[in-house]
Design a protein around this ligand. Structure first.
Ligand code: KIV
Length: 271
């Protein structure tokens, strides 16, 4: 199967070079229409494994497969000529060791045409990050709250409180020093986010991690009000598309029941 889409304007090196500069605009996307909208405004599009929950209705990201990531990665690549597209490596596809991670990354990059992958972990993944980077796989790391570890850590709590701050800082440092071109920081409080951003040489991209980061990322279905099963406290809703869709479907159902459907000679004023 071949890679999708034209060459990107943004590259991992260009993202890396934004350290301390203009904030990086990052958002997830999982489909072609959403990628088209996001690409016009974002530096980075993440095909996140959050798709398991927000698109496929799974209870966590743990059931996401490499096949799902490839399918959605290909859909996004068809409509994202500008942004750097990064595809998540799903749980179970990379943790066994560097060789497994390389096989997964090579498949994702080869079959989607994306230019980088993301994986969760810092200290524990440093060897794997170095192995991938040395073999031509740009890596975005993800530390702090790591949703793939939900069973091990017992939930989606704020990370790095008290003495635990040193663990999160060590993870970010290890990922950056191993060669990651950027580090996602999830759910850490502002003082720690600031410390990490000052300590690492690559951009930090925050999600629920305050403004003290080099960029921000959100799950697009959260910020558009499409995914409503739960709402992380840090998510600002920029639209209520879920409610708008529900009202539209209800109006359609009412029209059908009222036999209010015109023939081809009718022209709607807004058509
Ligand atoms: O899977 C995802 O969408 C992510 C972001 C929340 C950073 O990892």
């Amino acid at each position: 199967m071949s890679a999708e889409g034209p060459r990107r304007a943004m590259t991992p090196a260009a993202v890396r070079a934004r350290k301390g500069g203009e904030p990086l605009v990052c958002l997830t996307a999982y489909t072609t229409p959403m990628a088209r909208i996001v690409d016009a405004h974002a530096d980075v599009i993440l095909v996140g494994d959050s798709l398991g929950m927000v698109v496929h209705g799974l209870p966590s990201t743990l059931g996401v497969t490499l096949e799902m990531m490839v399918l959605h990665g290909r859909a996004v690549m068809r409509a994202a000529p500008k942004a750097l597209v990064v595809v998540d490596l799903p749980f179970g596809a990379y943790e066994a060791g560097p060789a497994q991670a390389f096989a997964a990354a090579a498949r994702v990059m080869g079959e989607t045409g994306c230019a980088a992958v993301k994986l969760e972990g810092g200290v524990a993944m440093a060897e794997t990050i170095g192995f991938l980077v040395a073999r031509g796989v740009p890596v975005m790391a993800h530390v702090g709250l790591m949703p793939q570890q939900v069973n091990a850590v017992g939930g989606y709590r704020v990370q790095g409180r008290g003495a635990d701050a040193e663990r999160v800082l060590a993870d970010a440092r290890a990922a950056a020093e191993a060669g990651a071109f950027a580090v996602v920081l999830e759910k850490v409080a502002e003082p720690l986010a600031r410390r990490i951003t000052e300590a690492v040489a690559v951009p930090t991209i925050g999600i629920g991690a305050s403004a003290a980061c080099d960029g921000q990322i959100l799950v697009v279905d959260d910020m558009l009000g499409i995914f409503t099963a739960f709402r992380p406290s840090f998510v600002r809703r920029y639209a209520e598309l879920g409610a708008a869709a529900e009202a539209a479907v209800a109006a359609y159902a009412a029209d059908v029941r009222a036999r209010a459907f015109p023939g081809p000679e009718h022209v709607f004023p807004d058509a």
